[in-house]
Write a protein that binds this ligand. Sequence first.
Ligand code: ATP
Ligand code: MG
Ligand code: ZN
Ligand code: MG
Length: 468
Amino acid sequence: FWVMELDKMDENDWKYHGEGNKSLVVSHLQHCRVLRLLKFPSEDSAHTRQTAEQAFRHILNMVDYSKYVMKPLLGEKYVHSGEVVKLPLDFVRQLSLKVQQERPELRCDKVMDTFSGCGLCLPNLTQLPLYHLRDHRPPICVEIKPKCGFLPFSRHITKECKRKVCRFCMHQHYKLANGKWKRLSRYCPLNLFSGSKQRMYVALKNLLEEPQNNLKIFKGGELIFSCKDDAKQQPELNDLIQHLRPYFPHSNGIYNGQQPGKAVLNEFIQVICSALLSGGDSNRSGEPRKVHLSESRPHCEASPFPRDLLRNGNHGLPKDSVLAKVLQVQMLDNLDIEGIYPLYKRVEQYLEEFPKERNRLQIDGPYNESFMDTVKNCPTEDDGSVEYAVGKVHQYRVAMTAKDCSIMITFAPCEEDEEHQLNLEKTRFTYSISILDLDPKPYEGIPHQYKLDTKIVNYYLRSMQAPP
Ligand code: ATP
Ligand code: MG
Ligand code: ZN
Ligand code: MG
């Protein structure tokens, strides 16, 4: 086991790995470790920037939230919370210079935090730690940001279309109009979370056709497939097929009249589907118990699917599957932002009168067992109390985290007798599934979420009235 020696950190041992909106990640060249560093808007002046002390608290809060809130909800086996590390400032500054040229242009509106020296150390989930190079084929990792997998069912909803078309599909139109993306994604989260193999297949195919920021693929820890920086360029499916060929040697010949490339992609999608539906205990025989989570209709009108397929699909997700876990937490949002916003205002009004109560109500943390109790034991009926309002707001924020997380499936060819394998007719894979990006969503973000929801829905309704 490797222990990071914080006083001997060398930027040459690390390389750029990837980034999101909030953090930048570097990976160690030899060990299965990554460092996650926060980012800030580049126009932030030294005056508004967090102090080192605040940054440290912030990262500590993130770890606590992952450990005490998200991990118990999503399951021990899927969540790795990591450790806060205090890094030498010189190392962080050198690292920031080193990675700058690797960063995609669309992410350069923010800069890496080089002031606090705080970071998060995590296992590198694109690798398999116990995979001892018995095979010449390095692990493949598929990262999916699935987004919200159900249609809201709250009685507080004012626009009927929200019950028929999912948030992701509506948001696509808004993003296209605002220049965020140049092409519409046909991916619909309701297909991915359906539990029906056919619909999941379609969802994954749509992600491969237009990955946006919902799909990334790594090989041996290197990014080999993602959205293109140049928005007009199509993702290189042919390159991906070349990478995947050695993993599916049986599909390289003529295959039921299909093109061999298609057969490779087909098997690749099957492997991802099996992993997403597995309970982590795939060695056990027998059909796993299915859960039917959705109270609303299971199908999104923006993603047309043949009626008979919708009717006879085996709906429901296996109880311990990663998809069931994520969906279950997403569904803690059972009032919808339209039901939450008035409760947020109730909390705000109360805090105006009793500002000192902010700590007791744990509005900004700490995210510990007591916060978790509030999330779990929130009453179902509104008794008009501030406690009810805070409980629902906490639940909503937890659900928002689950709507924004990523699922990572890492697999590699394995030998016959290994545990945790996906048994496909021809090739056996050893695999590991994790859920990452489990940061708390800010309480202050709720008014913005409320406005954004209105904008997305109104734009969708208008664009449907006047088709281009
Ligand atoms: P978002 O904008 O999606 O909220 P973020 O800024 O919160 O993203 P992450 O999603 O945690 O940041 O990390 C950015 C990227 O770095 C991820 O999409 C993933 O590809 C990679 N990454 C993060 N954590 C790990 C890890 N433990 N192992 C391997 N790769 C990781
Ligand atoms: Mg992310
Ligand atoms: Zn949809
Ligand atoms: Mg995030």
